[in-house]
Design a protein around this ligand. Sequence first.
Ligand SMILES: [Zn+2]
Length: 445
Amino acid sequence: MSEILIRNADVVVTMDAARREIARADVLLRGGVIAAVGQGLATSGEVVEARGCVVTPGLVNTHHHLYQTLTRAVPGGQDALLFGWLRTLYPIWAQFGPEEMRISALAGLAELALSGCTMTSDHLYLYPNGARLEDTIDAAREIGLRFHPTRGAMSIGESAGGLPPDALVEEEAAILRDMERVVDAFHDPAEGAMVRVGLAPCSPFSVSRDLMREAAALARDKGVMLHTHLAENDEDIAYSLSRFGCRPGQYAEDLGWTGDDVWHAHCVKLDGSEIELFARSRTGVAHCPCSNCRLGSGIAPVRGMRDRGVKVGLGVDGSASNDAGNLIAEARQTLLLQRVARGADAMSAREALEIATLGGARVLGRGDCGSLEPGKRADIAVWDVSGIEAAGSWDPVAALILCGPSRVRDLFVEGRQVVRDGHVATVDLGRLVETQNRLARRLAG
Ligand SMILES: [Zn+2]
């Protein structure tokens, strides 16, 4: 089996149970797995010199809409609140087809890879003009990231009192059939899986209670995870109270949407009892700080969640509401936002890094990822801290969050090198950017 030795890193941040940070250390990869972590390791295989670098577990992105990288900085959506922003973008998304889905996903995945991400989920909840979930799975396979796509859905259009235009919603029976199809075709429950499928009705304001309930039943029958948006902002809470007569936490619990196999995006407005509910039920949260800032949604109570033992991971969220897709930047934003809310000791740089790596792996149910230990998957980020961003820093691990760099030098996923010397090694990025811009111009035209 082929070996790669990442040698002589200034620091290896393991995220193991003791949170060990090992100076002047090596990581040995054998096949898709970490064989050893420590000093003075040797190999007869390939050697990657990592002097001047910090080596961390790959970052994990727990919430995204990859298709949205084609609608960044759209005029009319730049300054709107959530619901107004959606109304601006829906008609544009209605023009998408399979090529837009695949190219947009490739662009989003490439950006994530360059920012240290080795595993990402995606939430695709509209399927216009023949688009299918596998358009994004093809993209993830091409670039080589570990992928947790979720089969999203919207079923309540404008004419039924929902937010999306009728053209973008599907019939619930057809949604459930396609959910079953994509799970059967693509979900891999095995350790080391590169693709795991989840089920993800878009939000409480775009599907019926029946679909939420039936999706939960199907997920449990198939042994896959559940994901949706919850408690994103004040409008979202008001909608829940007026339409369902309860807060989002209660709504989720009543429909079977709590548990170790469920994670919700945003959760900005969870109150104390909802945080307790999430802790008690082992329900996970995808925290999306830049998106929350960008849409003025508020500051999620991450400190409170973590203190009560809620599983929290990070999400860049869709590029139409961020508009960047840089995951290490989200870790920094997480720390900054908690400090805005709770003071300078609210979160350390190391805790932010933990949420970005191990935290995300736990949210996605991946006990085989998230730390650098023998037997774990070889998902590894190598950060060159010898450049200007971190020059003069006294603590290279904290500097990664507080200073930079915000791009990796090298990235390995399942032992395969996806980023080499700061460049995506698996796809032609120049051509991809060209195609992406051509598609965006066509949509804008
Ligand atoms: Zn989202």
